[in-house]
Design a binder for this molecule. Structure first.
Ligand SMILES: Nc1nc2c(ncn2[C@@H]2O[C@H](COP(=O)(O)OP(=O)(O)O)[C@@H](O)[C@H]2O)c(=O)[nH]1
Ligand SMILES: [Mg+2]
Length: 712
């Protein structure tokens, strides 16, 4: 039995928008309207197909992206419902990797929100064809004009109005469609509307918007422009064709009207998706990592890309994928391009939220799932044997919040590590780091909500109790002026003794530092330290005071101390060491003696060299609604942050600041509560900077430990 839907009859849409804009409700309407559900569920009653996860029911909003599909007039529409919070940006990015059109919901009671702005930036980056849908027009606080105006301010003249409401709020039941020049009149229960002529009172506005739409479409296409000049009008087919091409080129974003709550407008939207939105084979072909184009054709070599995996209890790992070429059949064997492993696709499914519907085939362009791929993860490409196709991976965002994690019960470290491993496989935006420097296991995540989800999974799916703590800060130590020291290590205990003496000079190192004065340089080595910065090591020994064979041992001692600096035990960086003198003993000198002498001499000199603790600074980029700018700036400054720039983006402000990592541990939750979720941020390591002396003093005081024993 061939695939039920061929490539040109499959449309892949991602529902996008700020949390609460109505994405999950709209997906429910789309399934209900198509007759796939006998009863329309509701987010508030926790009965939607989309928000099926236990945790989503608990919280009443989407956390994971979901795959559903609906059938509308001979087309299959794969719906990727995404979560709106920035903490779950990874889910949005993976959905966008496989969607061919984005449907961006605007909440008519709130206008353009920060989640709208952030997702819109992703669609710009990927050039995803985009539809806007103004939702909640039945709400008494809805304001269509303001919402459209804000969208224009943000997204520019590419926005093209296809629909507007006749009334809003409780009276919302008529939508005027200026592409079709029709009025859709809904019954109170929504569903299929009556199609009526545009009433006299709306004629002028509808005509004007129609002309604007036609001109926008024509101005993006020379042939259409000519037709338009000749005939003074374009017919519906020409408009659809023009719109499709302009959407693919990312030049027009059509705008629709909805009430997902009252089930009004989704049918027309689905009709538009069928007729106008591009199917995968109308989009530019995928580029492989080796630079070849992979045409989206059902008769091409089978090739699929895994964009998401979920481990389901009792079932195993479910891999979600898009077929980018060929036809994938149940039972087929494909090669994983990243590790060469042959995987058998034993079963194929279409998905309906958490329901799996077995199918025999999925053609190029379609999205589905399979079970039990042993060695395949998110971002892997599977292709036919004898081919070599590797598609571009999803670039997941860097983390925004880091915590240290440990099991509450001793002895459960191994189980925790396994649980974390599995969490990571499911969610590539969760990064686990076992830091030997900080002696902690770190969890890097997107924000406090993301962390809460991780905790929930660890506790409820892996049945482990854990404690989260503040991660230690990876400080660095360096010096501000040159200093010299000599150290003699001598031990005489019965048999063989130990003897080594080292004199050295240390200086702050920077590129372009002049050669040392008063010393003869006989050898030099530059070591790029694994923790950043450099150790520059000079041999300036005169007259054979120490054998050259002991120089590596001295360096080893210095490196050991640099690994655990004298002030706080942090790594030391950017130092030049010149070993210029010493003594050795014909019998008692050995590598260990010189290592210890080097370590101790370095330590002594370091203390004399005006030592300086460096702290990591992060570049923080905050997007906030204008009215919160002052409050956000105040918060940043209270964290010793320095504001470096501000940019206006529509009615948002982007604040760019440099903030010490030590002050950022609760920034994610603080910003959320300060803005009620209306502001977002990204952070990234910037540089190391000297810590002010009062902070340095405190830190160094809290670090007191016996020296030489630890070094041994
Ligand atoms: N009045 C009204 N409420 C809506 C509409 N669509 C969704 N909602 C409500 O808005 C809230 C968020 O909806 P949901 O679909 O979960 O939004 P999502 O976060 O974008 O998936 C829920 O309480 C819905 O019942 C609508 O068209 N009108
Ligand atoms: Mg949702």
């Amino acid at each position: 039995m061939p695939a039920e839907f061929d490539t040109s009859h499959v449309k892949n849409i991602a529902l996008l928008g700020h949390a609460g804009s109505g994405k999950t409700s709209l997906s429910e309407c789309m399934l209900f309207e198509a007759g796939l559900l006998s009863r329309k569920g509701s987010v508030d009653e926790r009965t939607t197909v989309g928000d099926y996860h236990e945790l989503e029911k608990e919280r009443g909003n989407s956390i994971f992206s979901k795959l559903m599909h609906t059938k509308w007039r001979g087309f299959k529409i794969n719906i990727l419902d995404t979560p709106g919070y920035d903490d779950f940006a990874g889910e949005v990015l993976s959905a966008l990797r496989v969607a061919d059109t984005g449907v961006m919901l605007l909440n008519a009671t709130a206008g353009v929100e920060v989640g709208t702005e952030i997702t819109w930036e992703y669609t710009e980056r990927f050039r995803t064809p985009l539809i806007f849908a103004v939702n909640k027009l039945d709400h008494d606080k809805s304001d269509y004009d303001r919402t459209v105006q804000q969208a224009r301010d943000h997204f520019g003249s590419r926005l093209a109005i296809i629909q507007y409401p006749v009334q809003q709020g409780a009276g919302f039941h008529e939508i005027i469609d200026v592409l079709r020049m029709t009025l859709y009149k809904f019954r109170d229960t929504g569903g299929k509307p009556d199609k009526l002529p545009i009433p006299e009172a709306e004629r002028e506005r509808a005509d004007r918007l129609h002309r604007e739409l036609v001109e926008a479409i024509a101005s993006n296409d020379e042939t259409l422009m000519e037709h338009y000049f000749d005939k003074g009008e374009l017919d519906e087919d020409e408009l659809k064709e023009g719109l499709k091409n302009a959407m693919i080129r990312h030049e027009i974003f059509p705008l629709f009207c909805l009430s997902a709550e009252r089930n009004m407008g989704s049918g027309r939207l689905m009709g538009f998706i069928d007729a106008v939105c591009p199917s995968a084979n109308e989009m530019p072909p995928q580029q492989t990592l080796s630079g070849d184009a992979l045409p989206c054709r059902a008769d091409g070599p089978p090739c699929l890309f895994v964009y998401k995996t979920v481990s389901e209890s009792h079932v195993g790992d479910l891999s979600y994928f898009k077929v980018f070429s060929g036809t994938v059949r149940a039972g087929m064997e494909l090669v994983n391009a990243s590790n060469g492993v042959v995987e058998k696709i034993s079963q194929l499914f279409m998905m309906e939220g958490n329901k799996r519907i077995p199918v025999n085939e999925l053609a190029a362009g379609d999205i589905g799932a399979t079970l039990k791929l042993r060695n395949t993860h998110v971002n892997n490409t599977l292709h036919a044997r004898g081919r070599s196709i590797d598609l571009h991976p999803i670039a997941f965002p860097p983390s925004n919040l880091t915590v240290a994690i440990e099991p509450l019960k001793k002895g459960e470290e191994e189980r925790l590590s396994q649980a974390l491993h599995q969490l990571r496989a499911e969610d590539p935006t969760l990064v686990i780091e076992v830091s030997s420097e900080l002696r902690q296991t770190l969890l890097h995540c997107q924000g406090d909500m993301h962390l809460a989800v991780a905790r929930w999974k660890i506790e409820n799916q892996h049945h482990l109790q854990v404690r989260f703590t503040r991660p230690r800060i990876p400080y660095r130590e360096t010096i501000r002026r040159p200093a010299e020291a000599s150290y003699r290590h001598k031990k005489q205990s019965g048999g063989a003794g130990q003897f080594g003496e080292v004199s050295l000079r240390i200086e702050p190192f920077f590129d372009g530092l002049a050669e040392p004065t008063g010393l003869t340089v006989r050898g030099r080595e530059t070591i790029d330290l694994p923790w950043g910065g450099k150790l520059v090591y000079y041999n300036c020994i005169v007259g054979g005071a120490i054998d050259a064979r002991f120089l590596p041992s001295i360096q080893k001692g210095i490196m050991e101390k640099m690994q655990e600096g004298p002030l706080t035990g942090s790594h030391v960086r950017d130092i030049r060491v010149c070993v210029y003198d010493g003594k050795m003993h014909a019998v008692d000198s050995n590598d260990l003696s010189f290592k210890l002498a080097g370590l101790m001499a370095f330590r002594q000199a370091f203390q004399e060299a005006d030592p300086q603790i460096l702290e990591p600074l992060y570049r923080v980029e905050i997007t906030t609604p204008e009215d919160l700018t002052g409050a956000v700036m105040g918060d940043v400054q209270s964290r010793r942050g320095v504001v470096e720039g501000m940019e206006t983006e529509g009615h948002f402000q982007k604040i760019i600041a440099c903030v010490p990592l030590a002050e950022l541990h609760d920034f994610s939750s603080s910003l959320r509560s300060l803005s009620q979720g209306r502001a977002k941020f990204r952070m990234q390591f910037d540089s190391y900077a000297p810590l002010a002396s009062e902070h340095q003093k405190k830190l160094a005081e809290s670090y007191a430990r016996p020296e030489i024993e630890a070094a041994l």
